[in-house]
Design a protein around this ligand. Structure first.
Ligand SMILES: NC(=O)c1ccc[n+]([C@@H]2O[C@H](COP(=O)([O-])OP(=O)(O)OC[C@H]3O[C@@H](n4cnc5c(N)ncnc54)[C@H](OP(=O)(O)O)[C@@H]3O)[C@@H](O)[C@H]2O)c1
Length: 247
């Protein structure tokens, strides 16, 4: 149980972040969620029920991250669990990727994670847990995924280095590494339901387990990494990918 604990989840208005907010609330934690889209945040707040705090914050803005931490400190007094989950995924073929797209992906997935942790670290209580969202793609080479894979490899590395750096403050940093999980990140604009189903079946079949994962299955891993049940884990990566990068 996480009774008395406080948690902050970036990108908590959708997909894995939203499922994790639900899971941590069920365990008795007080939860704050962030995102860029105020309307999606409001929908998430209503779906999650009373006691949830929402903060509009773009992880690319250090000023918004500073305000996010200040809001959480004011509401909760301090933070026990931080899930750096906000991220984007899009293809970046070598021949056609622009510098703008490079910056967009790296600014959100790498710089955003680093400065999110920097912003919340001062309000984290000793004994706290930070969980970073990496990806099965940090381990394999897939065409058109150079930047997404590199961004998640950087985050995997952050779990090690930041864990070492925050050790003296008794804050553990670990990473969760999802495989292909059914969330809005896989939806294309104007895609028909049939086209999405065909895509999901094809991607699911690529995992040895034979299906895409559910957001709740990642939330369960985050709960483990957030709780004292994982008290001997430091700088580690928990892979939850249906065997995609393992078998
Ligand atoms: N689903 C998968 O197959 C999979 C696999 C491996 C890793 N992951 C990782 O899991 C994490 C969550 O993804 P998801 O699958 O749950 O996708 P999702 O449903 O699209 O959620 C992404 C979340 O990130 C937020 N976000 C994106 N850019 C942001 C920014 N600049 N500032 C603040 N928030 C931002 C979004 O909120 P707004 O739209 O409001 O900005 C949204 O809440 C990501 O880091 C992703 O890379 C997912």
């Amino acid at each position: 149980m996480l009774t008395g604990k406080t948690a902050l989840i970036t990108g908590g208005n959708s997909g894995i972040g939203l499922a994790t907010a639900q899971k941590l609330l069920e365990q008795g934690a007080r939860v704050a969620i962030t995102g860029r889209d105020a309307e999606k945040l409001e929908q998430a707040r209503r779906a999650l029920g009373p006691g949830v705090i929402t903060v509009v914050a773009d992880v690319r803005s250090r000023e918004q991250l500073r305000q996010m931490a200040a809001t959480v400190e004011q509401a909760f007094g301090g933070l026990d669990i931080f899930f750096a989950n906000a991220g984007v995924a899009f293809g970046t073929p070598l021949s056609s990727t622009t510098e703008e797209r490079y910056d967009e992906l790296m600014d959100i997935n790498v710089k955003g994670v680093f400065f999110s942790v920097q912003a919340v670290e001062p309000i984290m209580r000793p004994g706290g847990a930070i969980i970073l969202s990496t990806s099965w793609l940090n381990q394999v080479g897939a065409p058109g995924r150079a930047l997404l894979s590199a961004s998640k490899a950087a985050v995997r590395s952050f779990a090690r280095t930041l864990s070492a750096e925050l050790l003296e403050r008794r804050i553990r940093v670990n990473a969760v590494s999802p495989g292909a999980i059914e969330t809005p990140i896989h939806h294309q604009p104007n895609q028909s339901v049939e086209a999405y189903r065909a895509y999901a079946e094809r991607v699911g079949a690529q995992a040895p387990i034979g299906r895409m994962g559910r957001a709740e299955e990642i939330a369960a891993a985050v709960l483990f990494l957030a709780s004292d049940a994982s008290s001997y884990m430091l700088g580690a990566e928990m892979v939850v990918d249906g065997g995609r990068a393992q078998l």
